[in-house]
Design a protein around this ligand. Structure first.
Ligand code: GLU
Ligand code: ZN
Length: 319
């Protein structure tokens, strides 16, 4: 495993982070990804940061409760969390920089328009077909008026060359994905996830992103965007998700899946770490994990599973 928190050249200056959306209580799979982000930061001597991605789908109190769960599990971020809703001017500046370089255009399409448009040759399914890429100014004027009448505004998209970009992932190896004209700001005025993530990671000095592998295909897009914005590149480690017994992404309806629900059924933080140890395949380690420090010592990044883990929620009877 990677040992020590300092290298010959001194302490690490970079950071890792956990950036959950405050849309509800974290389930055991989200928690596992966050713990792994912390573990990597501690193993490599990076700072561990927390970001509240509250531009969309916010449930009041949920950011606080997510931090509280981590605190109960023995983790406090090294700096006060960055709050996205307080950083709209920073995202505006980034968008302006892209705009100044002619890399931004207005898109008037609804989701349905995009679904129904014939896809561009060689583009992956679901990719933006480029409908609004090269419209004349008078055509744009008409489209703007049409949207205004519907009480909507245009989205802003990044002009790309639809090329494929490959990034190296510490767990998955190379990840290749085509870069389509991704949304930078939505029609409802909300800055898009890909833009805010890239801007915020760079602003906080995040140089290794550890997160669930459902976001792996976003990494090439984010690398491309960082490059266009002149921001330093980051590295990635995408970790496998926790799924339900049907093999689908874990969700509330699957039963007792959040820390709060598991506590009610009698789980302690000790049980959480024991489950982390088994689910990550380190149960042969003679130390039984019961704290975050055990996990920091016990996780060998080279031996992380490639497979999803099934979580079978306990029932009262089983505890
Ligand atoms: N807020 C995103 C989510 O909860 C994660 C963003 C990221 O880790 O890049 O899915
Ligand atoms: Zn469009």
């Amino acid at each position: 495993m990677s040992a020590g928190t300092t290298s010959a050249s001194g302490p690490h200056t970079g950071a890792g982070r956990f950036a959950p959306s405050p849309s509800g209580d974290l389930h055991i799979g989200n928690i596992r990804s966050g713990l792994l982000a912390y573990v990597r930061a501690r193993q490599t001597g990076r700072r561990f940061l927390w970001r509240i991605e509250d531009l969309d789908r916010v449930r009041p109190g949920s950011a606080e409760s997510q931090l509280e769960v981590f605190s109960e599990l023995g983790i406090t971020p090294d700096e006060p969390p960055l709050v996205q809703s307080e950083r709209l001017d920073v995202y505006t500046q980034a968008l302006d920089r892209l705009q100044d370089r002619g890399l931004v255009y207005e898109c008037y399409c609804s989701r349905k328009d995009i679904r129904q448009a014939p896809s561009a040759p060689h583009s992956p399914p679901g990719a933006y077909p480029g409908t609004c890429r090269n419209l004349t100014e008078s055509h744009r004027e008409r489209q703007r008026r049409r949207l205004t009448e519907q009480g909507r505004g245009p989205a802003l998209r990044l002009r790309t060359d639809n090329t494929e970009i490959t990034v190296e992932d510490r767990a998955l190896g190379p990840i290749t994905a085509p870069i389509d004209d991704l949304v930078l700001k939505r029609g409802d005025g909300v800055f898009a996830y890909n833009l805010t993530v890239v801007v915020d990671d760079a602003a906080s000095g995040v140089d290794e992103v550890v997160r669930g592998d459902d976001l792996a295909t976003s990494a090439p897009r984010q690398a491309h965007l960082a490059n266009l914005l002149g921001l330093p590149p980051t590295t990635w480690m995408h970790v496998p998700l926790v799924v339900n017994t049907a093999g689908r992404r874990l969700a509330k309806r699957d039963g007792a899946v959040t820390y709060q629900q598991l506590r009610v059924l009698g789980w302690t933080r000790h049980d959480v770490y024991a489950w982390m140890q088994t689910s990550l395949g380190f149960a042969d380690d003679p130390t039984a994990w019961s704290t975050i420090d055990d996990m920091v010592v016990g996780v060998d990044p080279a031996r992380l599973p490639r497979q999803e883990t099934v979580f079978v929620p306990p029932t009262n009877a089983a505890v």
